[in-house]
Design a protein around this ligand. Structure first.
Ligand code: PLP
Length: 392
């Protein structure tokens, strides 16, 4: 049994560049400047049986064979992943649904699913002997990067909008990261981060620039299948910013089909949820476009969704279309209300982004798209504690 089937990196755009060395320092495709993805020898991986998972630790590294580390590389882990899949009976009944499930990502280290992507990205950084990692962030990714960098004995440079909530800034510093406050949005933070990092040779762990970010998030797809006894739901409702989760889970489903863990033809419909004040993907889908461009004057209390331009926009749109899914926008007022609904009916601590997925679900039921008997997985992508001011 191999420890890893990781073979190479490949451009996601189909531009034909590559394959690239899995040990090389590659961020965007050198030819078309679009994201790269990690690839595996999926034919050989058919020898890896899902039964082998039984005795493994309940964290995302149980899927290590299809993670972007080579044999012998040690993951940097704080126990991320294998989060609860809760049967939300009270919330489901209030919406008239038979089977509503909440994947509660608030239980991850640093309180959000960003832990998955940063555990994988910083594991790769460590395997490649990086000393300092850096990234732009709306908040949660910075907290996760800071924590995993600390666990790996690395330095961390975080670039965060000045108007980010104070708990995010404080928590970065708690883990020993250096924080730079930026006047502007996450896209401005990204530009300044890249300029600042260049002369130092820091290792970038930004969304879709480090392949680990998507590979870590893909484990949510593996977990759903395992927790549902190797079936998948009819719908996945997912608050989308940079899109690593949407793209990552879709990749996971394809990989599991290729290695014989899932039968073809049972993939869910994927729903992207965005706030009204920043809905580039919703708008591009409506216009029938392949890319989304930049959303002007982006605003929302759901910081993780205030991403005016997603570099992987074309992959998010492709995922939605291939899955026969859709994209829905919700108001800030509604999503804050629905943070409270999840708390009141299910005891789940929901971030604004988690609240947004519930708000989107309401619309899809009202429109008749989602039916009573279907199985729906709502993603609560983070906890409420860093956003308590919204509840007052
Ligand atoms: C980053 C973030 C998102 C968006 O995730 P993507 O996978 O990048 O689209 C959603 N919710 C929370 C809480 C986040 O921190």
């Amino acid at each position: 049994m191999a420890d890893s089937y990781f073979t190479h990196l490949e451009c996601s755009s189909g531009c034909g560049a590559g394959p690239f060395d899995p040990r090389g320092l590659h961020f965007l495709c050198p030819s078309c400047k679009l994201p790269m993805l990690a690839r595996y020898d999926l034919t050989a991986a058919r020898a890896w049986k899902r039964e082998s998972l039984a005795g493994r630790a309940p964290n995302m590294w149980r899927y290590r064979e299809l993670m972007p580390l080579l044999a012998g590389d040690a993951p940097v882990t704080l126990g991320e992943g294998f989060t609860p899949l809760i049967h939300a009976t009270r919330l489901g009944a209030s919406l008239g649904l038979d089977r509503l499930l909440i994947k509660d990502e608030s239980l991850n280290p640093t309180n959000s699913f960003k832990a998955r992507g940063l555990s994988a990205a910083i594991s790769r950084a460590k395997a490649l002997h990086a000393e300092t990692v850096y990234l732009p962030t709306a908040g949660n990714a910075g907290n996760a990067a800071a924590a995993y960098a600390s666990a790996a004995g690395m330095k961390c440079e975080v670039f965060i909008p000045r108007d980010a909530k104070q708990p995010f800034v404080d928590e970065c510093r708690l883990y020993g990261a250096n924080v730079t406050l930026i006047d502007g949005l996450i896209t401005d933070a990204g530009r300044i981060a890249t300029e600042t990092a260049k002369p130092h040779g820091w290792y970038e762990v930004a969304t879709f620039r480090e392949v680990g970010r998507c590979e870590g998030k893909k484990t949510m797809g593996y977990e759903l299948a395992e927790q549902l006894n190797w079936t998948l739901p009819d719908w996945i409702v997912y608050p989308t910013g940079g899109g690593t989760g949407m793209v990552g889970m879709w990749k996971a489903f394809a990989e599991m089909e290729a290695i014989g863990w899932l039968a073809a033809g049972q993939r869910p419909k994927m729903v992207t949820v965005q706030p009204e004040g920043c809905q580039p993907i919703v708008s591009a889908l409506e216009r029938g476009e392949q890319t989304a461009g930049t959303w002007q004057n982006a605003h929302s209390v759901a910081d993780g969704l205030r991403v005016p331009r997603a570099i992987a926009d074309f992959l998010i749109l492709k995922t939605i279309r291939e899955s026969d899914g859709t994209a829905v926008s919700v108001t800030d007022t509604q999503l804050v209300d629905d943070m409270k609904t999840m708390g009141r009916l299910e005891g789940v601590s929901a971030s604004p982004e988690g609240g947004a997925s519930l708000s989107a679900l309401r619309q899809l039921i009202a429109d008749g798209r989602i039916k009573k008997h279907e199985t729906i997985v709502l993603f609560n992508t983070g906890g409420a504690l860093k956003y308590l001011d919204l509840l007052r």
